[in-house]
Write a protein that binds this ligand. Structure first.
Ligand code: NI
Length: 401
């Protein structure tokens, strides 16, 4: 594979100016989730110009897919692999002084999805050039609204993107400012958390702050609930399994001497294990209603399931790890820690085996140190070449197996 590897690197060097130009164009014109109209048009035009087949647009509003069919002979049934990128930006005002700075006021590619989209366009180009080297099909997929739960992945799956042709495996990657340029992180099993939300509505009986005996104080009930919710992780969940319950908002009352009628709590639950996820959802419900009832109030819980945990198939993770080791060297492929952040690539990985990995992009020498979702976020564009090479190599290996 030395010869092929060298050829691939030369090809990547050749297309990198174009990949960077694409990235900067997308960066300059960011669009929020489900509003990626121009981005998706740009992607579709690029795919068309490259010669990608069966381009479909407008999936889940702005999603795009296309097919690259290998032309190498095969003896037996061939496979289809899905490669996924997200296209959406964030409601953040960019503070970088770069010539590709966002022209959309208050909207910014502050997570690197501009890079993901540009990388997948580069990957498409290389795989098309090398279609005689593989049998089977590559489905490239550009999704809307990763940042906006319930997200763009789920409705794209519901629209049938995993069929016609039927997808056998899925791969995707995220640029990672928490890792330096030149490092690639691959982890088998659960890598990112499930993220759920809950809202607790507490109904008491308002009145004068000096006459509590004729009221049911929803603030005191809420305070008991906040404390009790912390005992779920502390006392009920298996301590070897990670979980978080956070109450991030507590609203009720306006005046210092008035007991309000109602109060509201809002929070998030993060888990890796589906059983723990279910356990916590049930216990929140039971604690909230039990405490409210015992304190003469009424309370209801709106529990909203968000992205499931992102779980990498061990074999697919090994495939990526081996490819990444060839790209950056074995000692620069790390097993990153699990993160309590969430990602809707998880929906694809629930349906088919695959792997979601990270590509280090921080470079202090160039001042590129700000984290994701920061108004000064920017990444080292050399990371794009590492991401492209890893994904192309992984894809060719997967289809060759
Ligand atoms: Ni992101």
């Amino acid at each position: 594979m030395v010869v092929a590897g060298t050829r691939l690197r030369n090809d990547i060097d050749e297309i990198m100016p174009g990949v960077i130009a694409d990235r900067r164009h997308i960066h300059e014109h960011p669009e929020l989730g489900f509003q990626e109209v121009e981005t998706s048009r740009f992607v579709a035009e690029r795919l068309q110009a490259l010669g990608v087949e069966d381009i479909r647009t407008g999936i889940a509003k702005t999603g795009v897919t296309g097919l690259i069919r290998g032309t190498a002979p095969s003896n037996g049934p061939t496979k289809t692999v899905l490669l996924r990128a997200d296209m959406d930006a964030l409601p953040i005002r960019e503070e970088n002084e770069v010539d590709y700075r966002s022209v959309a006021d208050g909207v910014m590619h502050a997570c690197g999805h501009d890079g993901h989209t540009a990388m997948l366009l580069g990957v498409s180009r290389l795989l098309l050039d090398q279609r005689d080297r593989f049998a089977g099909t590559v489905k490239v997929l550009f999704q809307p609204a990763e940042e906006l739960p319930p997200g763009g992945a789920k409705p794209m799956i519901e629209a049938g993107v995993l069929e016609d042709p039927k997808v056998d495996a899925a791969f995707g990657m995220h640029l990672a400012q928490e890792q330096p340029l030149g490092v690639i992180g691959v982890r088998a099993g659960a890598t990112m958390a499930a993220a759920d939300r809950f809202i607790v509505h507490i109904k008491g009986k308002g009145g004068h702050g000096a006459r509590p005996q004729s009221t049911v104080d929803p603030i005191v009930v809420g305070a008991q609930i906040v404390v009790a919710l912390q005992t779920i992780v502390g006392r009920e969940v298996d301590p070897t399994k990670a979980a978080v319950v956070t109450v991030g908002a507590f609203q009720g009352g306006e005046a210092f001497n008035v007991i309000p009628d109602t109060a509201e709590l809002r929070g998030t639950v993060r888990t890796f294990d589906p059983e723990v996820r279910q356990q916590i959802a049930e216990r929140i419900q039971a604690l909230v209603t039990g405490i409210a009832t015992s304190m003469r109030a009424e309370a209801t819980v709106e529990y909203r399931y968000g992205y499931p945990a992102t779980v990498n198939d061990p074999e697919m993770a090994e495939l990526v790890r081996a490819a990444a080791a060839e790209v950056v060297g074995p000692d620069r492929v790390i097993e990153p820690p699990q993160t309590m952040g969430a990602e809707d690539m998880s929906y694809f990985l629930e349906k088919v085996p695959g792997c979601y990995y990270i590509v280090g992009s921080r470079n202090p020498d160039k001042g590129l140190v700000w984290g994701h979702h920061h108004p000064r976020f920017d990444f080292d564009e050399e990371a794009l070449a590492n991401g492209i090479e890893t994904l192309v190599t992984t894809t060719l290996r997967y289809l060759a197996d």
